[in-house]
Design a protein around this ligand. Structure first.
Ligand SMILES: *Cc1c(COP(=O)(O)O)cnc(C)c1O
Length: 433
């Protein structure tokens, strides 16, 4: 059975559901698998559907945990829509993996739905309500709200920086009501994150409620994300007998890490390229060997505006040796004007409409040396639907962006939120009401 240990203390081992409830390890580290299962493509023979592939992949990770028996139901709920692998050429050398067909049209729906399904299967301690706190710069909050909406035993508080998310994202964050509170914080995303962290450290807060987090530090979001990398790599493997190489639009490194974990578990994954926007912390690190986190800067690909990626600690744990790390991944940084140009070019050349995050990965692909491009089968990971960013995308392609039904439904609902000051007292007050 796989156990999970803190990145800061290998002797602190817990099972899956404990790691999931705690979110963060007690010593402040992040939970990582102590060892990886050794799977091969043959272990997935006859499995075609995403929920079945996910259940097969996650079974050795979940081990003898209380959640094991529920795994088929959990993956059925979390993978209730497809992760479509679309070829961009007739030889199958380049693909786009569309991860945006869920309820809020971003890849984060997969992890959020899985996490919510896990919490629903675990008994919460009597008398204390579970409160999920989420700080969001846009997509996470909507995915988590959608996943937990209507659950009477769970309260969700979504903190977002007032005026700093896109209009479409704001509508997705504020359209819920019921057990979901949308809090517009007069501050930045960093303020939101700081308020959540201080709530976790606050004795009065914790005496009344059972707090948990649904950010990508939580294993319950990270582990299921391996599944679509597994399914896509198996699809390429079955068709061509070659591994798939992925280009992952990256911010906090959760999605990239899930891809690396899938490779570590034996899936046929070749190269992994991290595509960052102008927030260069990771590309600079791989170039210089010096880890220099810095304040984030605002870009068009706003869900990746991260200057101090929280999952870097997991990345360094996976590859403690810097030389090995540089052999295992590569990274590049894409500027806003290059993102814009790539959105236009993607539409002209392939008829594809890409969100700014996906365009970042597409640009990273175009920059690869010809020999690397020709030597692998590539998959550009598409993390959000372009209709979430119409004010950026539409002018670049010269037409309106079609809105998928799930988003249209959310956009049609009236929104409400409470505006609060950027401090813990204000958060406490808002949650008491
Ligand atoms: C969150 C997000 C990312 C970045 O993913 P990480 O796991 O934080 O690296 C990329 N694109 C979109 C659309 C996102 O919402």
């Amino acid at each position: 059975m796989t156990l999970f240990a803190s990145t800061r203390d290998a002797s602190l081992a817990v099972g899956f559901s404990v790691a999931l409830m705690q979110g963060l390890a007690p010593d402040g580290g992040l939970f990582v698998p102590i060892e990886f299962p050794r799977l091969t493509p043959r272990d997935f023979n006859e499995l075609e559907e995403l929920p079945a592939i996910a259940a097969r992949l996650l079974t050795p990770f979940v081990g003898t945990d209380p959640l094991t028996a529920a795994l088929p139901q959990l993956t059925a709920r979390a993978f209730a829509w497809p992760a479509l692998l679309q070829p961009l050429d007739e030889h199958g050398r380049l693909h786009v993996l569309e991860l945006f067909h869920g309820p809020t049209a971003a890849f984060k729906d997969f992890g959020a739905q899985f996490l919510a399904a896990c919490f629903a299967s675990l008994d919460s301690p009597p008398g204390r309500q579970l409160t999920i706190l989420v700080a969001t710069s846009g997509d996470t909050g909507a995915a988590v709200a959608s996943a937990f909406f209507g659950r009477p035993d769970v309260e969700v508080a979504v903190l977002f920086p007032k005026g700093l998310v896109s209009p479409a994202q704001e509508r997705q964050l504020t359209c819920w009501g019921g057990n979901v509170r949308s809090l517009a914080v007069r501050g930045t995303f960093d303020d939101c994150q700081r308020m959540v962290k201080s709530a976790f450290a606050d004795a009065e807060f914790k005496s009344r409620r059972l707090l948990s987090s649904a950010n990508s530090i939580n294993l319950g979001r990270l582990l299921p994300q391996m599944a679509y990398f597994a399914a896509a790599s198996l699809e390429v493997w079955r068709r061509y007998g070659e591994p798939a190489s992925f280009i992952v639009p990256s911010g906090n490194l959760g999605n990239a890490l899930a891809c690396l974990w899938a490779r570590a578990a034996g899936l046929p994954v070749g190269e992994v390229v991290l595509a960052h926007n102008a927030n260069r912390t990771v590309p600079d690190y791989l170039e210089t060997g010096a880890w220099r986190p810095r304040p984030s800067i605002a870009t068009l690909a706003s869900a990746m505006d991260v200057g101090d990626p929280s999952n870097a600690e997991r990345l360094r744990e996976l590859y403690p040796d810097f030389g090995a790390l540089r052999g295992a991944i590569s990274a590049c940084s894409v500027r806003d004007e290059e993102i814009r140009a790539r959105i236009s070019a993607g539409y002209e050349r392939y008829g594809q409409i890409w969100c700014p995050h996906t365009a970042t990965a597409a640009d990273a692909y175009e920059r690869l040396p010809e020999a690397r491009r020709a030597g692998h089968r590539w998959v550009i990971v598409s993390t959000a639907h372009p209709a979430k960013f119409p004010e950026i995308v539409a002018p670049l392609i010269g037409r309106a962006v079609p809105v998928p039904q799930s988003l249209a439904k959310l956009f049609a609902q009236s929104g409400s939120c409470v505006e609060i000051a950027p401090d813990l007292g204000a958060l406490r007050g808002a949650l008491k009401e």
